[in-house]
Structures are given as structure tokens and as C-alpha cells.
Design a binder for this molecule. Sequence first.
Ligand code: PLP
Length: 447
Amino acid sequence: MSENLSETRPNTPSLDAFWMPFTANRQFKASPRMLVSAEGMHYTADDGRRILDGTAGLWCVNAGHGRRGIAEAVAHQLERLDFAPTFQMGHPIAFDFAERLAAIAPGGPEAGLDRVFLTNSGSESVDTALKIALAYQRAIGQGTRTRLIGRERGYHGVGFGGISVGGIVTNRRAFPQLPGADHLRHTHDPARNAFAKGQPEHGADLADDLERLVQLHGAETIAACIVEPVAGSTGVLIPPRGYLERLREICTRHGILLIFDEVITGFGRLGTPFATDFFGVVPDLVTTAKGITNGTVPMGAVFARRAVHDALMQGPDGIELFHGYTYSGHPVACAAGIATLDIYAREGLLTRAAELAGDWASAMHDLRARAHVSDIRTIGLVAGIELTPRPDAPGKRAYEVFTDCFRRGLLIRVTGDIIALSPPLIVERDEIREMAEIVGAAIDRVA
Ligand code: PLP
């Protein structure tokens, strides 16, 4: 780092140039919250305070911060091979990393999800999976299948494919969508399922909405259906018992590919390597990112069933899929990814959430008597705490809880009036209690 650069404050007197993503820019710049370093379960803020990380960054730092093994692997790779193309060229570490991913692929060896397309983010993984689905249907003589089905309240990143199948109205309102996308009803049903630990009891029948869309559009027009097995960004929505199974059945019956978006559930969040393993329901494509490199270097991956991959490896010699990114299989990201998988394996992190899930659920559900808490839902190391919105100002109550927690040393995430917690998978039980205490006190204070 050059000597005159501060490590704790921007050197610029103005924060104007950085147009911040998914941020209330004017509000933030009037009262910034800066994180300047991180180690283990904690960030350090620019005023020197330690901030407990209740969100694993943005659902991505599963092994905790400042992992030396990853830093060393990245430094070594930068010196050895900083960049090389993967278009009609190869470099060893991309193949090694894909093999390592295939070895832990969602659903285990029987599921056959062991062909891996590398991307740089969750949004790219989603658009890649949707395009693979369309190309697959065409390759097997089903070219009329161009429709993509998502779900209300789904979040699949911000590419045009992702927002078209996504179902968060604020993310869609200003932008045109892909033609032909349609949406299942969402599964949030607090009237019947409030305060569920794990999968809620009611609502498997909501999967029949896919049958309705088949009747409406014709199966021969539908290429794929994409859902998050557990929806995170929309405020932690956990699938009712039997729901994913029924979606799988309907997709199979009608030749529709099922895509699980595991960008947040991948890499141990639920206590199994993937949600596919947790629920025992095997889709045809799985999108991942975030925890794949412990959040250190941008990277994503799409796992494809071998049959899907192989259908595209037919015909005359030549490029089989006209899709890919300059940085697909970037050597530095692959090095970070391999070092990350090493840590996950060595420390048992892909299953650790299962050991903590009981304590996690109790600590979070203990908050149910606090004022304005209308629902709490937990699964693995994820919690959603829903607050009743203020009639005149939806979202304000949870935002104030967020700023209060930050002042008191805890990073949480809020969406609307829902608080989402998803700590690094290295979290200890006393830190779980600390998180619940800080959140509870903040809810009391904000009232
Ligand atoms: N899909 C899901 C389920 C996500 O939660 C996210 C991000 O939170 C994305 C896709 C988009 O990932 P990215 O922000 O890396 O593009």
C-alpha cells in the first residue's frame, strides 16, 4: 500500500464518486458506516469498534474473516499465473477447482450434478443456468420451450434474466423484463406458519401453482423453473414440508428443468453442503457463488446434471455453448476457491451449522415476546425476524434496529421490516447469545 493512503478513512474529503449498490446513497453519505478491517467473527469500524458479523458479510464469509490460507493461495497464484483465458485455452487450476467442486456436488454422486460452469457472481450464475436450460431444451428438440418460471418474492440477482424470474417488485419496477417469464405464488404464510422452527407445516400445495402455469401456458412452452430452496434476500422464506418435492414431481412430469438457486444456501448454510442435500430433492441445475471463495474473490459456479451437459456435447465439432465470461475460471479466484474448500473440509464447516442449529433456533425464538415481533423463522444458521411495520413508514422500524445494532457492535441485515441473520459458520454459542441479546435490546429500544 502506498504510504500516504490511510487504512481507516477514505483519503478523499468527498464520498460522491462511489455510486453505492443497493444503498440509500444520500442517507449513507450523510452518516457513513465504514468497516476497515476484519478477523474471524468481527469487523473493525473506522472508529476502532469491533463489530460482530451477524451476516457473514453478505451471506458469503462462511469460514470467517482473514483466513490466512486463502490469502496465501491468492498471493501465490498472482505471482505464478495472474490471468489466462479460458476461451479455447486452459490453465490447470480451473480444471482442478471444477473437479474439487464436482467431488462435493449437490446431492452427492448419485445426483450427477457434476458438470461445473464457472462464473463471477450469483447474478451471472443465474443467467448462465437459465441460458443452459434454454440451450438444453433446444438441443433435445424442444425449442418451443422458451418460457422461464420464477416465484413471487424470489431474488435471483440483478441481470435481466435474474430480475425477470425474480419477484421483488422494487428490483423490477424500473426495468423491462424478458418476455415469457411468469411466477409461482410465494410461500410466505405467517397466518398458518408463524414462529416455525425449520420447515413450516402448511403450504406444500402451493407448489401446485406450477401445474396451474402449465395449464395456462402449455408445458411445451416452459423451459425451466427456478426457486431458492430457502429464500434469503426477500427476508428468509423457508419451504413448507413437501413443497420442493412436489415442484420436482411436476417439473419431471412436464419436461421442465428445475433450477435451485443456492447462492446463499450453498456451502454449509443449512448444515449440509447444499440445500439440495438438506431437503433431499435433486434439481437439474444448481447456481452458487458467495461462499464458494469465502467471499474473498468474486466467483460463482453452476452445477449441471451430466445429462444436461451431455445433451449439449453433441453435433459437429465446434463451440457447444456460446456463453462464458472473460473471468470464468479466473486463476486467482480458483486459488481462493480451492483454499476455501480446504478450510471447509479441515474444519468441518459444511456440516457445522447442523450442530448449532438447535441453539441458534432457541436463541432466536426467545425473541418472540418482544414488541412488534410478528414472526420468527429459523433453519440451519439462518434466521428471519419479522417486525410489524409502522403504519405510516414501512421498513423504518427494521432500519432503525439495523442502525442501533451497528452502534452497539453487531452487523445485521434488513429487508423491509424483516431482520435476517446468517453468521459465519465458525460462530460460537456465546456469540449466538450475544447476537440475540443485541438484537432484542435494539428491538426494545426502537419500539
Ligand atoms: N441469487 C440469490 C439467491 C442471492 O441471494 C443472490 C445475492 O444475494 C444472488 C443470486 C445474486 O448474487 P450476486 O450479488 O453475487 O450477483
